[in-house]
Ligand binder design. Structure first.
Ligand SMILES: Cc1cc2nc3c(=O)[nH]c(=O)nc-3n(C[C@H](O)[C@H](O)[C@H](O)COP(=O)(O)OP(=O)(O)OC[C@H]3O[C@@H](n4cnc5c(N)ncnc54)[C@H](O)[C@@H]3O)c2cc1C
Length: 810
């Protein structure tokens, strides 16, 4: 049988880039298999715009790398990718849009992207054809541009070929041969199978069909995406920057012949072949029929932005399908099936992203790590509910239709809700819960019944004040002064059991989890570089049984990571038990008084110390009780079997009433945890940071024996960390950083906000950021740019609230 070290399926820009980068890492025995011809999928009909500034740090870095690569590809491969570094303009036709641009410009600065805000006049100087009426200014990024999608793919394929990659065209993959839960071989139509340990599904809109061959669900949803090409227009030349007017939902670039390419994101998107069957097997080098009625609102937008288009004839309309995703982010990474990788769902940014995608995927395959924090793009972020094609379609439709909208922080999506509900759901609705959604779960953000007009003066300025309620400070303060009851049933819960449960967890956790039964340990799980892959609590329930509790959205990710660490020698079972246990957290100085009214258990500190677990009864409800906190107060997380959850809620609310207990939501938690300095995975801590840099050295036990990441930490410990997660206090308590704002020292960017918000007890606007060690001393004067305005800030003690932890141990 033919063999290869890796088989990449799909000869579009993504597959070619992965082949290019994998061979660059020395994996020369690689096959790129395409059922038709190279670039015969979505790639051939792309508009080719390349914009770099994106919604997440890592994605922006990937796009920046793409540009770097596209600049040098011709010299390296001899094939011209048609890269035009003409710059880009993004117009602001409303005051809110201008604010968004200011925010983007600040963010861009943290990457060293030369993004600047320019006047309408200056923008006109660069692109004289747009109508300045109503335009307030623009963002200009001189290193953006456009590329020829087919040329780019061919250049990447050539680079791969020169390093030994075999490119098979006319090679339709028909199945995956699996052995022991991992990939073993790829089978073809009319061709010998290829034995391999690694398959990359780069099938674009066909990625789900390919995935299902390996039992992997890939929730891509094809949408018809359209643009038109005009006849030559006076003044259009290939050096014009690309132009976007998000308020009119449209984008433009010049064509070599002097015409314009004009496309956009319509409000009534058209999912195509999205159902179980998926797109037809022979759909290559093919377009969809022109859909003029659907383009009409975009055409109006085009005419409004570029009046000269009204008299220009249309050469042709391109309507092609593209792979979108339920949350508008790429889908990358290794699936639960060992050796089966996926790279798809580029949401009309696959050309811009291809360079970075290829690099990240190659590192993931060859080195086991993507090299960047790509959690937001990780295939494992999708829970089981995305097996529903209608759910995936509805979510993706909403994302597509609102693509160009301003997305205010704290905004909640609406499609496909409610889906997953805790047993208390109806009760919480009755209490006026304002729900948010995470990983399909409905979770109370706050309760309207707690609103209190006296707190209106605390409303943050600008965007941060948009999705905000006076109930947030009310619930925060009630928790600090009396008690709050939080439904955290959505927490992901994982049981690790078996004779080797302890030794296995000792090997993958940085903290010492070989503790007595009934102890709770806060720990990180590290990668080989010491970066934080998971952040959770591990409770030893019995000698051979642990309960791990992690964030709502991280269940599939953490489960996948943990399972992957288990070798054949480990006699352990790793089970997702999220659905079997509810979780109600009762926190606040009166928590003990409240709970003892309903429970005979010894809740005193000697009887039930901080970071311990007991089986107790509350009312008539049996609960696993953990004395832990994410808000910095005395309290318990109560885990009853799911069917008891509503009863438990009612009991606690009833007995808590006389003590001033309030139902409280996630936004209060966020404010409480911030002033207490508790880290959030995915924001403050990621696979790119070590616990030492994150100020979590207290949770690392280097001397407990071997564990993953230990050597890296040992080496790092030999030197003082070069950067540290630091707590900043922003001088104006109503200027609130929301994440990603640049931090300045003496006018130079020195950091980026990881988490920000208001601590209502300390009465301060708080922002966490990684700072170079020499700037991390308490009292250092800095500035944070909030919506284009630099606000003074100072490095403060971390944490600001109860630094000695007296409240949690009380
Ligand atoms: C109208 C339009 C405009 C766009 N404009 C832009 C833009 O301006 N900027 C930008 O960045 N992006 C843009 N995009 C998006 C971009 O074109 C895509 O993201 C990108 O081309 C996707 O590349 P891919 O390699 O993932 O998929 P594809 O190019 O679709 O490649 C997938 C390949 O897999 C092959 N395949 C599938 N099944 C099998 C099988 N069983 N065996 C073997 N091979 C198989 C297919 O034949 C296909 O060639 C646009 C898209 C459209 C539709």
């Amino acid at each position: 049988m033919d063999e290869a070290r890796a088989v990449i399926v799909g000869g579009g820009v993504a597959g070619a880039s992965i082949a290019y980068h994998l061979t660059d890492l020395g994996w020369t025995d690689v096959v790129l298999a395409e059922r038709s011809a190279l670039t015969s999928g979505s790639t051939f009909h792309s508009a080719g715009l390349v914009g770099q500034l994106r919604s997440s740090v890592s994605l922006t870095r990937m796009m920046m790398y793409s540009v770097e690569l596209y600049r040098r590809l011709q010299a390296e491969t001899g094939v011209d990718p048609g890269w035009h570094e003409v710059g880009s303009l993004r117009l602001a036709s409303s005051a809110e849009r201008m604010e968004e641009l200011q925010r983007l410009a600040g963010w861009g600065r943290t990457f060293g992207l030369p993004l600047e805000i320019v006047s309408t006049k200056e923008a006109l100087g660069r692109f004289p054809l747009f109508d300045p009426d109503g335009v307030l200014g623009a963002a200009h990024l001189p290193t953006d541009g456009y590329v020829d999608p087919s040329g780019l793919t061919m250049a990447l394929a050539e680079g791969a070929k020169r390093r030994g990659c075999r490119i098979l065209t006319g090679a339709r993959v028909t199945g995956m041969d699996m052995r022991d839960g991992r990939v073993h071989a790829v089978t073809f139509d009319g061709r010998d199978p290829i034995r391999t340990d690694v398959v990359v599904d780069a099938g674009g809109i066909f990625a789900n069909q390919l995935g299902r061959m390996a039992g992997v669900e890939v929730p891509v949803v094809p949408f018809a995406h359209q643009y038109l090409l005009t006849e030559p227009i006076n003044g259009v030349h290939p050096g014009l920057p690309t132009l976007r007017d998000p308020d009119r939902l449209v984008y433009f670039r010049a064509e070599a012949g002097g015409g314009l390419v004009a496309g956009g994101y319509e409000r009534n998107p058209a999912p195509w072949a999205w159902d179980e069957e998926g797109p037809p097997a022979g759909f290559n080098n093919t377009l969809l029929p022109e859909d003029w009625p659907r383009f009409e609102p975009l055409a109006e937008g085009c005419f409004r932005v570029i009046p000269a288009m009204q008299s220009a004839g249309v050469v042709r309309m391109i309507n092609g399908p593209e792979a979108f995703t339920p949350d508008g982010e790429f889908i990358l990474g290794e699936s639960d099936v060992r050796g089966f990788f996926v790279a798809t769902g580029f949401c009309a940014h696959g050309i811009a992203g291809a360079g970075g995608v290829g690099k990240v995927m190659a590192e993931w395959i060859a080195r086991g790590q993507p090299g960047l924090d790509v959690w937001k793009m990780d295939l494992r972020r999708f829970g089981r509910h995305y097996r529903s094609r209608t759910h995936a379609r509805d979510r993706a439709s909403e994302v597509y239709a609102t693509y160009y909208d301003i997305h205010y922080p704290g905004e909640e999506r609406r499609a496909g809700r409610p889906l997953k509900m805790a047993p208390t759901y109806a009760r919480l609705v009755g209490l006026g819960a304002e729900f948010g959604e995470k990983a399909g779960w409905e979770r109370p953000n706050w309760f309207r019944t707690n609103e209190d007009e006296r707190f209106e003066e605390l409303r943050p300025r600008g965007w941060a004040g948009q999705h905000w309620s006076t109930a947030i400070p009310a619930e925060h303060l009630a928790t600090r002064e009396r008690a709050g009851l939080f439904d955290e049933t959505s927490f992901a819960k994982i049981e690790v059991s078996g004779p080797d449960a302890c030794s296995f967890l000792q090997r993958i956790c940085a903290n010492d989890v070989d503790v007595a039964s009934g102890r709770v340990v806060y720990t990180q799980l590290l990668n080989a570089h010491g970066g934080i892959e998971c952040d959770l609590t591990a409770t030893r329930l019995e000698q051979e049984r642990y309960l791990l509790v992690t964030g709502t959205a991280f269940g599939p990710h953490d489960l996948g990571w943990i399972r992957r660490q288990a070798g054949p020698q480990d006699d352990v079972q790793v089970r997702d038990v999220t659905s079997s246990l509810a979780c109600l957290a009762l926190w606040g100085p009166r928590a003990r008084d409240i709970l003892s009214t309903a429970s005979p258990a010894d809740l005193s500190s000697p009887g039930f110390p901080y970071m311990s677990q007991r089986d107790i009864v509350v009312g008539d409800v049996p609960c696993l009780a953990l004395r832990v906190t994410y808000v910095g107060e005395l309290g318990w997380e109560l885990y009853p079997p799911m069917e008891f959850a509503l009863r438990l809620w009612d009991v606690v609310i009833e007995v808590g009433g006389p003590f001033g207990l309030v139902p409280a939501g996630y936004r209060a938690i966020d404010s409480l945890r911030l002033e207490k300095g508790y880290r959030a995975w995915g924001a403050d801590i990621t696979p790119e940071e070590t616990p030492l840099e994150a100020g979590l050295g207290f949770a690392v036990k280097l001397d407990k024996g071997e564990f993953t990441g230990r050597e890296a930490l040992r080496r790092a410990m030999a030197e003082a960390p070069s950067r540290r997660l630091s707590c900043l206090v922003v001088s104006d308590p109503r200027s609130v950083a929301l994440g990603n704002e640049p931090v300045f020292a003496d006018g130079e960017v020195v950091g980026r906000v990881t988490s920000g918000g208001v601590g209502y007890t300390v009465g301060k606007s708080i922002a966490y950021t990684y700072l170079p060690a020499d700037l991390a001393a308490v009292g250092t004067s800095l500035a944070v740019e909030v919506f284009g305005e630099r606000v003074d800030a100072e490095v403060a003690p971390d944490p600001l609230y109860d630094p000695r932890g007296e409240r949690i141990r009380s």
